[in-house]
Design a protein around this ligand. Structure first.
Ligand code: MG
Length: 272
């Protein structure tokens, strides 16, 4: 036997397996392989893959690389978003009777058509991330709840209030960014009427569980980039003027016709 093939310690236990992207190498810590050939290759594998952990070793799932998506322009839809309004048409929306949405289409936006009723997405959603931009009518008219009122109803059940809350007092859990009647916003981040505003919202519905109880969900809201709802519990109790009762795993998004000409644009959603 050539000297460089000599193995210093016997027995030496070493196994090398490649599964997917993971490499498993095991060897007693006090054994140092000497020589070349498979033994050196295995030692090099051990050296070059110090952080590779297989599920055989840890009983945890093998890591999966996060999907690569292309982020959109600032505020715009990323590549895995469902665009609900791109400024051109209302084809993703319907009215309460299932007919075509008839809200007023403008140049890159649409506007509540008072009396036309609420508008619903044709698609239903569960856990989502939502981006919406909205604008209160200018000049402002009315006071309190009677100024620039609309709303975004998750699953047609839970309203995040849309209201002109710029220098306009109302009850706190009814102002812009409130989970209506349930949770007031952490701060008032409202812009003046006539300016576009953003909501970026993460929503997890309350879901019926197998035991008949309701598993609570949550909602987090950024208003103009400012946190106004921080993982607020969605217990399953629907908010005022909801289109449906009782918790459900899925439901449509609904925009509220409260009789005020609130505008919307750039609406997109990601399923979570
Ligand atoms: Mg409302």
């Amino acid at each position: 036997m050539k000297p460089h093939l000599f193995i210093l310690f016997v027995p030496f236990v070493l196994s090398l397996s490649v599964q997917g992207q993971g490499v498993t190498v095991s060897a007693p810590n006090n054994v140092i392989p000497r020589g070349d050939g498979p033994t050196i290759a295995a030692a090099n594998a051990l050296k070059s893959q110090p952080s590779a952990i297989s599920h055989e070793d840890t009983n945890t799932p093998a890591p999966i690389e996060p999907r690569i998506i292309t982020p959109g322009p600032v505020g715009g839809p990323p590549s895995d978003a469902i665009v609900l309004f791109d400024g051109k048409d209302l084809s993703k929306w319907k009215n309460a009777k299932g007919a075509d949405a008839t809200w007023t289409l403008g140049d890159g936006y649409f506007e509540v058509k008072p009396g036309a009723g609420n508008m619903f997405t044709k698609e239903e959603f569960g856990d989502i991330q939502l981006h919406v931009e909205w604008m209160s009518p200018s000049p402002a008219k009315g006071e309190g709840q009677n100024r620039g009122n609309s709303g975004i109803y998750f699953q047609g059940r839970y309203e995040i209030q849309v209201l002109d809350s710029y220098e306009n007092k109302t009850y706190f859990n009814g102002q812009a960014g409130a989970l209506y009647g349930i949770s007031q916003p952490l701060v008032n981040a409202c812009r003046p009427p006539g300016e576009w505003q953003t909501y970026d919202i993460t929503f997890h519905p309350a879901k019926p569980a197998d035991d008949g109880k309701i598993q609570p969900g949550s909602i987090s809201v950024l208003h103009n980039g400012v946190l106004v709802q921080d993982h607020t519990e969605v217990a399953g109790k629907t908010t005022a003027a909801s289109a449906f009762k009782d918790a459900a795993a899925m439901g449509p998004l609904m925009l509220q016709d409260h009789g005020h000409k609130v505008r919307f644009r750039n609406i997109w959603v990601r399923r979570l």
